[in-house]
Each structure stands twice: as C-alpha cells, then as structure tokens.
Design a binder for this molecule. Structure first.
Ligand SMILES: [Zn+2]
Length: 209
C-alpha cells in the first residue's frame, strides 16, 4: 500500500508524499491517516465484501460509482469525491479502474468475479515465492489461495520484489504462458506488472532458484 499524504501537483496531478517527482510540493488533499482508511475501505468493498454495505457487484467486478460514494459517505463524514479520485490517480499500482460511472478493483479479489482483461501476450510469466511453497506448487500446480485468481509477475525482477515481502531467499517459478494458454488456460494482463490466471498445472511450470 502506498503511504504518505496525498497532494496535487498542478502539472502532474495527484501524488503520495511531500513532493511530486518534479520537486513541486503542490497543494494538500488528504492526510495519511485518512488516505489509509479510505484505501482499506475501497479495497475491502471492491475486492472482498461489497455486500456488507449493500453494494451490488456485477460479474466483472463493477460497482455503481454513486452507490459506492454513498456507502463511503455513510462511514466517513469528512469524505469528498475528490478524495476518491485522488486516491485512485495517485495509486502507482493501478489497483482501481473507473469507467462510465462505474468502478472496480483490477486485481486481488476474494469475491467470485469473472474479470475480462485482455489475454496475456508474453511468452513467459513469473511467480515469486518461498522455498517451501515452491515445493508444494511443483507438486500440485499453481492454484489461487484465498483469492479468485493466481497473480503472476510480468518480469523476473518484479517476481523477486513481490517474493521479498515474504522471504529473504525468493524462489522463482517460470510459467510457460504461451503453451498454457494454447491449452485453454485463461491468463489475462492486468497492468504492466501483473497478470492473473486460473489454476496452472505443473506441466507449464519450471522452478529456478
Ligand atoms: Zn509535478
């Protein structure tokens, strides 16, 4: 999760922290505590428990923007719609997507969605993990754990970075994405760092350490 307050640079838009990349301090939008609260609520509602505040989510994960705004306003009296736009635009990982009065999370759902991103076009994808989990994956295949999809990295470096949150000695599994897809396994491209997929059998996996 991004940290720091949200501010706005007149040239580059919303950013997290004290200073925009250009050095401009911009103007204050939302403090860190509130930005964190809003981020957690958005992630919860759009990935895990939309129904808790009465939101209707369609099969592709979309929720009506006005419904979402009312739900958040009911929880946080300080909330203003600009805070939502600021949070989404300053999110370097592109977690959320706005389209025609609708909003959705782009990945990391635990609710049962059927996302419709473009098919992956990379030959190989990567999954960074611990030694222990890697052993298990090479036995049973790559399966979603507590999430709707498996999350894959588009580069070796990104897989290492992701795995380092969990272990000092990352193990990387290479996924033969082209062949898996030719065998009917759905792998979609979410953004330039992440792909999501259904379960991938061991035939398409190779471990490197
Ligand atoms: Zn700037």
């Amino acid at each position: 999760m991004e940290t720091g307050q949200i501010r706005m640079c007149i040239k580059h838009g919303y950013f997290r922290g004290e200073q925009c990349e250009c050095g401009n301090h911009g103007s204050f939008v939302l403090n860190e505590t509130r930005a964190t609260k809003l981020g957690k609520m958005l992630s919860g509602l759009l990935r895990h428990f939309p129904h808790e505040l009465g939101l209707k989510m369609d099969a592709q994960g979309w929720v009506d923007l006005n419904q979402l705004l009312s739900a958040i306003e009911g929880k946080y009296r300080w909330f203003h719609i600009e805070h939502l736009f600021a949070l989404i635009e300053s999110d370097v990982k592109g977690r959320y997507e706005l389209c025609e009065e609708r909003i959705r999370a782009r990945y990391a759902h635990s609710v049962n969605v059927d996302l419709d991103f473009p098919e992956n076009e990379l030959q190989e994808l990567y999954y960074g993990t611990t030694m222990e989990e890697a052993g298990r994956i090479m036995d049973i295949g790559l399966k979603p754990v507590r999430q709707r999809y498996v999350h894959l990295s588009t580069s070796f470096e990104e897989a290492i970075r992701v795995a380092k949150f969990r272990t000092d000695q990352p193990v990387i599994i290479i996924i033969d994405a082209k062949n898996a897809q030719s065998q009917g396994i759905k792998i979609m491209n979410v953004n330039d760092q992440i792909c999501i997929s259904d379960s991938i059998p061991t035939d398409f996996l190779e471990i490197i350490s």
